[in-house]
Ligand binder design. Structure first.
Ligand SMILES: CC(C)(COP(=O)(O)OP(=O)(O)OC[C@H]1O[C@@H](n2cnc3c(N)ncnc32)[C@H](O)[C@@H]1OP(=O)(O)O)[C@@H](O)C(=O)NCCC(=O)NCCSC(=O)C[C@H](O)C(=O)O
Ligand SMILES: [Mg+2]
Length: 294
């Protein structure tokens, strides 16, 4: 089933008001955070609060993911044990660098009683993580019956480790973004772009969404509710794209009925591969429209 992942908002797990507010926001998904936004002395309390919030329900149609601390920190394993039976849709593993970490997390979740439906999302945010992205994506992918549903780029940590500049166009990060997209798509995963740190830079945010959508990301991770609407727009199919998709589907069906495998729509060649992409767009558009109607 296609799920819109245009906007995934980080919600600090230590901030009770933000957690409450998140229930009302039109993001496709929420990442309830136990990692970087939570101070060490607040980790245990934040874990209890986030797990209780997930268990309380009432989040639909939003996906609820909980970001755990890395497994080699004092909190990582306790986070997984608590999240396992939290009714969240997924666990976000931070700073994943090796496929063994994904398997270890999957085993820990299963041992703690997690249902098979609990997904794993891997953050790729270090140079080693990028270089191993294909092995991480292919460790236990959903398509092969495993838990891994997606990759999320951690471009802030990555830029720091690379000593790269945060600049318009994100040239210093493009190799890493492309490698992660290749890795995720090779194993049928969702792939989510990193955050835009400057909350006052509306034009830069819009441009980074446009670029992320053009590169092929499913959506963007966000840090403030005021950016949800722009991300939802940027990563949704446009009206023109949906109209074109309907024309492609109809023209190809007519060509097949006439015994031909290819046709031309508005001067462009249409083959079966274009039909499957058109069908994906139409399905995504329908689900988004259903959400808007409520
Ligand atoms: C950046 C913020 C600290 C700003 O917070 P604040 O000053 O409270 O903002 P506002 O006054 O403008 O907030 C307006 C209302 O919106 C609510 N709010 C704000 N942010 C969120 C949020 N993220 N989720 C839910 N609700 C939110 C406020 O409560 C206000 O509500 P109301 O009371 O009704 O007026 C703050 O936005 C924030 O903490 N953002 C998230 C920070 C975070 O999670 N960081 C970690 C994830 S990013 C990361 O780790 C990067 C990655 O790992 C990498 O390496 O790249
Ligand atoms: Mg990070």
């Amino acid at each position: 089933m296609i799920l819109p992942r245009r906007s995934l908002l980080y919600v600090p797990g230590a901030n009770a008001r933000a957690l409450e507010k998140a229930r009302t926001l039109p993001a496709d998904g929420l990442i309830l955070d136990l990692e970087d936004s939570v101070a060490p002395e607040a980790k245990a309390e934040a874990r209890d609060r986030v797990v209780a919030a997930a268990q309380a329900g009432g989040w639909s149609p939003r996906e609820v993911l909980i970001r755990a601390n890395a497994l080699d920190t004092p909190w990582g394993m306790d986070d997984l044990a608590a999240i396992a039976t939290s009714d969240a849709d997924g666990v976000v593993l931070s700073k994943v660098e090796r496929p063994e970490t994904v398997r270890e997390a999957g085993a820990a979740l299963s041992a703690a009683g997690a249902p098979d439906s609990l997904a794993l999302w891997c953050m790729i945010e270090t140079p080693l993580g990028v270089l191993n992205a294909a092995a991480i994506a292919g460790a236990t992918p959903r398509l092969a019956g495993g838990r891994v549903a997606g990759l999320i780029l951690g471009t802030s940590d990555l830029a720091k480790d690379l000593r790269a500049a945060h600049e318009p166009g994100r040239q210093p990060l493009l190799t890493a973004l492309g490698l992660c997209l290749l890795a995720g798509r090779a194993y049928g995963l969702a792939v989510i772009d990193g955050v835009h740190l400057d909350l006052e830079d509306e034009a830069g945010f819009a441009e980074s969404c446009r670029q992320g959508a053009a590169l092929g990301f499913d959506g963007k991770s966000l840090i403030h509710p005021k950016t949800i609407a722009a991300a939802n727009t940027a990563f949704a199919p446009t009206v023109e794209a949906v109209e074109n998709a309907h024309r492609v589907i109809a023209a190809h069906a007519a060509a097949l009925a006439a015994g031909r495998g290819v046709t031309v729509v508005d001067g462009r060649l249409v083959e079966a591969l274009h039909v499957s992409e058109a069908e994906r767009l139409v399905a995504l558009d329908r689900i988004i429209a259903e959400r808007v109607r409520g």
